[in-house]
Design a protein around this ligand. Structure first.
Ligand SMILES: Cc1cc2nc3c(=O)[nH]c(=O)nc-3n(C[C@H](O)[C@H](O)[C@H](O)COP(=O)(O)OP(=O)(O)OC[C@H]3O[C@@H](n4cnc5c(N)ncnc54)[C@H](O)[C@@H]3O)c2cc1C
Length: 483
């Protein structure tokens, strides 16, 4: 079949990552085709259920986007500003700051805004196009095939493809076998997750459950096995409330408690648990038909290589969300911009081979990716603790400062004080504390490995085997144990 058209760059998927990649590359003069399955009003919508997200993003990520693109954000796309994100222990007696100032977005408005920038910068935007796979020339990606809005089979060719199709990407999965970009993601590294946007009347103030000035995360292995629940404030009397679980942890928890809970009824139970909602009554806020949805988010380190011949990936297609917070908006936007910049560089140099695209791996690693393998270890450590140990650990294992550093992917030197206080407090949960020391050691080890990300593709395999070995050891030590 003949290609319909040929471009310098195809960006597949007009979500957070894709719109920014297209905006950056088009501004620098590339001929860019931006493809998305949605119509124009629904740009970036993940599934029929809507944009399905907590929509919380760190202010620092937005500042980065502004500094790189000049795009300024305000209302309506920034719905509410929060002073921070707090994680609470299962008994709600301890909390620590998980992240600083941020915003809860009006996601459809945000997506339309960045798409408009891509189009204004010259990207050719084609709506209602279902991408089905990569066009291959030999083993090199040379375009995409799929169906247009009239269901006609269509081929578009290009020098380079950026895969920004999100977690369900058909491009990454249909790459030729190669040593760089993995095609599959382990189910244990995925959270099944869903949320409602609701309007409610406040029964009484209780900042452990709802705080109009802060985003709250509830760690609780019975309510959200292997994941957490969240209550993020929205403007007016609204909240974005949701919950994510790891399937394996949910199965273990259901078996132990002789229950048959699903994600859906766990979300309903979670909302019913929030005493701040008057009479437990609420209405789904269905602006843009985005009130209710369930989807998946990967919580592992990003793909070790984000590039292959003729191919780059950005955002959820490369499993970039933060492994402990599942925050994927920031890394999707950062990677979109870096992918766009590197696409320009490679196309101008007439080299879109793995080698020609390698700088993108280094840029993303430096900007964000270096810490995610460590955070993945911290995630599997947390998943190995039941509620009792979590309650105890929140109070005794770490100072607030140390916990905050860990959550940000920084490695605290666990202070002598906290180690000493453990000794004083006797042997209760000493095994879990030793595990924490082991986890922090592993996090340091993996951070050190990522600090030496290979400068060239030839050194990749050897480096990757170090990552796999270290991660394997951590996974052997920590098994999900929610109850
Ligand atoms: C319930 C939930 C809560 C979350 N909460 C937060 C949060 O509070 N903060 C945060 O930072 N992150 C959160 N995340 C993660 C965040 O939503 C994602 O990381 C982010 O959307 C990734 O952006 P993306 O551009 O990579 O992919 P996506 O947003 O998935 O965009 C992909 C685009 O490609 C399109 N597409 C997909 N396949 C095809 C195809 N075959 N053909 C054509 N088009 C296609 C999609 O329709 C969409 O438009 C959450 C995720 C979930 C599921």
């Amino acid at each position: 079949m003949e290609a319909k058209e040929s471009y310098d760059l195809i960006v597949a998927g007009a979500g957070m990552a894709g719109n920014l990649a297209a905006a950056v590359a088009a501004k620098k003069g590339l001929e860019v085709l931006l493809l998305d399955r949605n119509d124009s009003d629904n740009v970036g919508k993940k599934t029929n259920w809507g944009w399905t997200c907590g929509d919380a993003v760190a202010g620092s990520h937005l500042d980065y986007i502004t500094s790189k693109t000049g795009i300024n954000f305000s209302k309506p796309e920034l719905d509410v500003k929060v002073d921070g994100v707090y994680a609470l222990s299962p008994d709600l007696n301890s909390k620590f700051l998980f992240d600083g100032v941020g915003y809860v977005l009006d996601r459809p408005e945000f997506e339309r805004k960045i798409r408009d920038v891509a189009v204004k910068n010259g990207a050719h935007y084609v709506t209602q196009f279902e991408v089905e796979g990569p066009v291959l020339e030999g083993n090199k990606v040379a375009g995409v095939y799929g169906k247009d809005k009239d269901k006609n089979h269509t081929i578009y060719k290009s020098k380079l493809v950026i895969d920004a199709l999100g977690i369900s990407t058909v491009l990454r999965r249909r790459l030729p076998d190669n040593n760089f970009v993995e095609k599959n993601v382990d189910i244990d590294d995925v959270e099944t997750t869903g949320r409602y946007i609701i309007e409610f009347e406040l029964d009484h103030e209780d900042e452990r459950y709802y705080d109009p000035k802060n985003a709250l995360i509830h760690l609780n292995q019975e309510m959200a096995p292997g994941g957490y629940g969240w209550v993020f404030p929205k403007s007016g009397n609204k909240m974005n409330v949701g919950l994510g679980v790891q399937k394996r942890s949910l199965d273990i928890r259901n078996k132990a408690l002789k229950r048959n809970d699903t994600l859906q009824n766990l979300i309903d139970q979670y909302i019913a648990w929030l005493p701040v909602i008057k009479n437990k009554e609420y209405k789904i806020f269905n602006k843009d038909n985005n009130g209710k949805g369930i989807w998946s988010v990967a919580v592992r380190r990003q793909m070790e290589s984000l590039v292959y011949d003729g191919y780059m990936g950005a955002g959820d297609s490369m499993v970039m969300p933060n492994p402990i917070s599942a925050g994927g908006i920031g890394p999707a936007m950062v990677s979109g911009i870096l992918a766009g910049e590197n696409a320009v560089r490679a196309i101008e140099a007439n080299d879109t081979s793995t080698k020609g695209l390698w700088q993108y791996n280094l840029d993303f690693n430096k900007e964000y990716g270096y810490k995610t393998a460590g955070l993945e270890v911290f995630r599997i450590y947390l998943q190995s603790l039941n509620n009792d140990v979590l309650n105890y650990g929140f109070k005794n294992f770490l100072s607030v400062k140390e916990a905050n550093q860990l959550a940000l992917g920084m490695m605290p030197e666990l202070s002598l004080a906290s180690k000493f206080s453990m000794v004083l407090k006797g042997t209760k949960n000493i095994g879990a504390f030793r595990d924490l020391l082991y986890a922090v050691g592993k996090m340091k080890e993996l951070n050190a490995i990522y600090m030496k990300y290979p400068e060239k593709p030839e050194d990749f395999e050897q480096w990757k085997s170090k990552v796999s070995k270290s991660m394997h050891e951590a996974k052997e030590r920590f098994k999900p144990s929610p109850i």
